[in-house]
Design a protein around this ligand. Structure first.
Ligand code: ZN
Length: 191
């Protein structure tokens, strides 16, 4: 079975909590890890091999994108899926978005598989898509996408800066639904 590298964004704790909800103190790094761990559980259950680039709440050495990319590449990952929560100055900003590197790549198809499952699971979650090239992913040469050898996507699951979405990101049922959607999207890629 394929080898899936899951990349829970940010090193966590005081090293790098990622985006933080100003009101509740909810930290992006925590949410990323919780959901990635569940994605792993679902993928392992159906036979995939899974490597996580961070497994602890705070893991100082993961505060290096180079370290994360090397982990994925040395392991020989077939896919890399990076999980993040979005943040914006405006509390109104909301929705889900997924990124791939510029141009047509295998990451585009992976992105479409994942986003279809996520939007199917959460009809109320606004899809922030870029349909210019006919598919929903946005293009950005993020380090983790650019320096991993395998097809890679970066999913911004929802806005931690938005009060309603922060509530969802902290909700264990929502986390489980998101994890299952991401795992199904990854499986769909191999169908
Ligand atoms: Zn992030």
């Amino acid at each position: 079975m394929a080898k899936i590298c899951l990349d829970p964004g940010h090193a966590g704790g005081s090293t790098d909590p990622g985006a933080v909800n100003g009101k509740t103190g909810l930290q992006e790094a925590t949410v990323n890890l919780v959901i990635a761990s569940q994605v792993k559980k679902y993928l392992v259950a159906v036979g995939y091999q899974v490597l996580m680039t961070r497994t602890e709440e705070e893991q100082v050495e993961t505060d290096s994108l180079e370290y994360r990319c090397e982990l994925a590449n040395n392991w020989g990952a077939d896919l890399v899926v990076s999980l993040h929560c979005n943040s914006a100055a405006s509390k109104q900003a909301n929705g889900v978005e997924i990124y791939t590197t510029a141009g047509e790549t295998a990451g585009d198809r992976l992105a479409t598989c994942i986003i279809n499952q996520v939007t199917g699971t959460f009809p109320d979650l606004q899809l922030r898509a870029d349909w210019d090239d006919g598919d929903p992913d946005k293009e950005e040469n993020f380090y983790i996408l650019r320096y991993t050898d395998a097809p890679a996507v970066l999913l911004e699951m929802a806005f931690i800066s938005n009060p309603e979405e922060a509530k969802k990101l902290a909700d264990s049922a929502w986390q489980t639904d998101m994890a299952r959607a991401v795992a199904r999207g990854i499986s769909d890629y191999f169908v």
